[in-house]
Structure formats: structure tokens, C-alpha cells
Design a protein around this ligand. Structure first.
Ligand SMILES: [Zn+2]
Length: 473
């Protein structure tokens, strides 16, 4: 299934709609429908559970979307958060120059201006000439009150940095620790494209993991994962046009610290455990010239989309750059004092950054198979659909009782009496429902029902609802 087909599928079954479609849509914005919102929330709550609830050394915050404009001066966003723009001389269409050229060149180019000058670039819409028109800042501006300019946050990360001291002072947590945030971010993309892949409004889950720079290799979990294998496209391979190779995590220690590798492995495992095949995932090491001057290393986790290997996760070692910037702009000390070491320092930061919509897209592509959407039970929008063969009492009464028992356990469910019964299995295969329960005449006699597993076409008659809970747990 290609991107266009997945888009139609997602729209047809109520996962994702173009925003404001009755007004012709709005480029770079999408709305989630009844099934999409469930899948999206499942991704979000699984991330939160795994990386905040279940990690004793990570806490969460929920920061504001519009904040003090000085935050974005300190972070460098007002100055540097921009993309190079190509503009069509004939129709005025604008394109993100680096991606446009990357697609033409089948890979990154070193000097964009030089490439534009030495090639006769044509507009894909009208054939007009494309010219380089400088850079455009990607932040959405807004006015606060009557005259103060501010921005919608382009990332969740900065809200974590500006709350670093507050968390430290109020929660008394010791370094190393992480602060996580999940929520909306906004980027005024020049040419949003590829459905949910590049959006103007999207959701992010980011962790800033604070560590003593001298302890970045002191990760107590590394021994347990050092022999795990992972596919990586190294810098050298990218320069030489080579392929990704499979290595052990311990072989990457000259490229990244142990804590950095730990976070990469954690997010990689998140995808694998929820159903993505390892052969469809790889790490890509950033090239030296892709790295910001303060960053020590950065890796993407890429997914093999039908439109190529693309980033679905980024994890950077950002040194103490952000905290230092905020210290200098706000005049607030960002140091920690460790009594045990009698040491005062600004922690370094490892930043796993996860786009929710990109994960959504990868999970959808991975799960689509012929006539069914094989989402894992954790991701499945509807865990249990209850299908009474007839839309009348006393079938509905039994259905209602089961519905309450299932949803009281926290599992999503629906009583589906829509359309002819024979088509309902097929429908629930297509939307990824994990289990269906059929209520028939025998159900009236002995209180039994028939469980059907989506991927097995297996039918089990039982009276015991706990069997369902066992299958879902
Ligand atoms: Zn044009």
C-alpha cells in the first residue's frame, strides 16, 4: 500500500480526516476521527507508561503552548529555526529547498546554493523556474494581549529546560533523571507533505535526560543490552554510499555514550514490541555537518516507508547548550549541586524526541496486510467488538452487560449492530479490532458467546468473560 492508498484508507474508515475538508481542507493540518483518536491516544499512553510511569528516574510536566518570547531567543529558534526556500517564478509555489534537492539528488547535498545555481530546477506544478529565496522562519507568530508578539511552541523541549530548576527544587530528584512532556507543537512548514509525515500542527513526546557529563557512560542498564543487535547506517556508510549493517550496541560505544545508546535502544524496543519488524527499522547516524555545533552525537530511528527510509524518532546528545543558554538569558543559575560528590555543574542532556503522528503512520503501514489491519492488541483502537446477530432484545441486553464489564476493565469496546451481520467480521478486520464477541441463539440459552481473534480466524465458544481479559492482558 502506498501513501496515497493509506491516506484513502485512513479517511474511509474514520482514522484521519483532512482538517476543514468541507472548506477544501487546510494544508499541513489533519483531524483524527473516531478510530484515529483511539490509536493516537494508545500510542501516547503507551509512551507515557513506558517512559514516565515505569521509569523511576523520569517525571513529567505539561507546559504552556505560548510562552515568554525570550524563551525562543535563548533557544536560538527566533534566529535559526528556519528552512531554505525555493520559489517558483511562474506560479509562486514554495518548496523546502533541502528536501526538494535531497529527493532530486537521492541524498543530502553539501551546499544547497551551489546545487541550485548549477542545476536548472523546475517547478513540479507548472514547470516554471525555481529560484532560491533565502530562509523562512518556521515559528507561528501570535499576539498576546494587544501588542506583545510571541510564538506557538515549535517543540516541547524548551518548556522542559525552562522548568528544570522548578522540577529540581520542588521534586527533589537527583541527577541523572529525565523530564518528559507530551503535547502539541507547531511548525509553519513551507511545504507540508506526505500525509501525517510533515505537519504544521503535530504532537510530540520528548524527554530531556539530565546527566553529569562525567557520568554519561555510567548507565547501570547498559550491561543488560550491550549484546543486543541493531541495524545502523553509519556516517561512513552514508558518505561511501554503503548499506546499513547489523551491529551490537557495545560496538557503538565509540559513537555514543552508554546512556545515549540506552535511550536509543529503549525507543527502538518500543516500536519492535508494538509490532514493527526489526528489518523495517534502522538507526541513522547524523553526519558531522548535520550536527549543531554543541551536539556531540545524534541518531535517528528510521522506518522503511513505501516512500523511503524516513525518520520517526530522533535522539541527540545536546551537551549543556540549552541550560547554559537559559542561564545566560534569564540570569537564573542552572547548576545542580551534588552533595555526595561535593560538585557543582550544569548537567548534559540526552534528548529522545518522538513525533506521535510519525509513529502513527509507521504503525499503520506496518499493520496493513491484505484485508486486515494487524495492529497489536495494545494499539488496536477497539479491543473488543460485541456483535449481536440481531439488533433486538434480549440480545442487546446481554451485549450491554458485556460492554459494561469490558469497559469497566479499561478496554475499549463497541456494540456493533450496523449493517448485515456477515459483513461485520470483515469490517472489524479492516479497522484492526482485536477481538470480536458474537452473541447468537445459544447465548440466550446458556449465556455463552463466541470469541474470534482477528489474526487467526479461530472461534472459541465460552461463558467465561475472564478468557477475554486473559487474551487482552
Ligand atoms: Zn510553479
Amino acid at each position: 500500500m502506498n501513501l496515497e492508498e493509506l491516506y484513502s484508507y485512513a479517511k474511509k474508515f474514520g482514522f484521519v480526516f483532512p482538517s476543514a475538508e468541507i472548506y477544501g481542507g487546510f494544508s499541513g493540518f489533519y483531524d483524527f476521527g473516531p478510530l484515529g483518536v483511539e490509536l493516537k491516544r494508545n500510542i501516547e499512553s503507551l509512551l507515557w507508561k513506558r517512559f514516565v510511569t515505569q521509569k523511576n528516574f523520569v517525571v513529567g510536566i505539561d507546559g504552556s503552548i505560548i510562552t515568554h518570547p525570550e524563551v525562543w531567543n535563548a533557544s536560538g529558534h527566533t534566529k535559526n529555526f528556519s528552512d531554505p526556500v525555493l520559489k517558483c517564478e511562474k506560479c509562486g509555489a514554495r518548496f523546502k529547498a533541502d528536501s526538494f534537492i535531497e529527493d532530486l539528488n537521492n541524498g543530502p547535498v553539501e551546499d544547497i546554493t551551489e546545487f541550485v545555481n548549477s542545476h536548472d530546477l523546475k517547478c513540479p506544478n507548472c514547470g516554471g523556474s525555481l529560484k532560491f529565496t533565502g530562509r523562512a522562519n518556521l515559528m507561528f507568530e501570535t499576539v498576546v494581549g494587544t501588542k506583545d508578539k510571541s510564538y506557538l511552541r515549535p517543540e516541547t523541549a524548551q518548556l522542559i529546560f525552562i522548568n528544570f530548576k522548578q522540577v529540581l527544587n520542588s521534586f527533589k530528584i537527583n541527577v541523572p533523571f529525565g523530564i518528559a512532556q507530551l503535547g502539541k507543537s507547531f511548525r509553519n512548514e513551507i511545504s507540508p507533505r506526505d500525509f501525517l509525515f510533515r505537519l504544521r500542527e503535530f504532537n510530540q513526546f520528548e524527554i530531556e535526560f539530565f546527566v553529569d557529563p562525567e557520568e554519561a557512560n555510567n548507565c547501570p542498564y547498559f550491561d543488560g543490552i550491550k549484546d543486543k543487535s541493531i541495524q545502523i547506517l553509519t556516517r561512513e556508510a552514508q558518505k561511501e554510499g554503503g548499506k546499513a549493517k547489523t551491529v551490537k550496541l557495545k560496538d557503538l560505544q565509540d559513537r555514543a555514550t552508554k546512556w545515549h545508546l540506552y535511550w536509543l535502544w529503549e525507543f527502538y524496543s518500543f516500536f519492535v514490541e508494538l509490532g514493527i519488524k526489526p528489518e523495517n527499522l534502522r538507526l541513522r547516524e547524523h553526519l558531522e555537518d548535520e550536527l549543531a555545533h554543541y551536539a556531540k552525537a545524534c541518531f535517528d530511528i528510521e522506518y522503511k516507508f513505501p516512500f523511503g527510509w524516513k525518520e520517526i524518532h530522533g535522539c541527540a546528545y545536546r551537551s549543556d547548550f540549552d541550560l547554559k543558554q537559559h542561564q545566560s538569558f534569564s540570569k537564573t543559575k542552572m547548576e545542580v549541586f551534588e552533595q555526595a560528590k561535593n560538585k557543582r555543574y550544569i548537567p548534559h542532556v540526552i534528548e529522545p524526541s518522538q513525533g506521535i503522528e510519525r509513529a502513527f503512520l509507521a504503525f499503520m503501514f506496518e499493520a496493513i496486510e491484505d484485508d486486515r489491519l494487524k495492529l497489536s492488541k495494545e494499539l488496536s483502537p477497539i479491543k473488543v467488538a460485541i456483535l449481536p446477530v440481531f439488533n433486538r432484545e434480549p440480545f442487546l441486553e446481554i451485549a450491554d452487560k458485556l460492554f459494561k464489564e469490558i469497559t469497566n476493565k479499561g478496554y475499549s469496546s463497541m456494540i456493533d449492530v450496523r449493517g448485515p451481520f456477515v459483513k461485520r467480521y470483515d469490517y472489524h478486520n479492516k479497522i484492526g479490532t482485536y477481538l470480536t464477541l458474537t452473541l447468537d441463539y445459544q447465548s440466550l440459552e446458556d449465556g455463552s458467546f463466541v470469541i474470534r481473534l482477528r489474526d487467526k480466524d479461530e472461534f472459541i465458544r465460552t461463558k467465561d468473560i475472564n478468557q477475554i481479559f486473559e487474551m487482552l492482558s
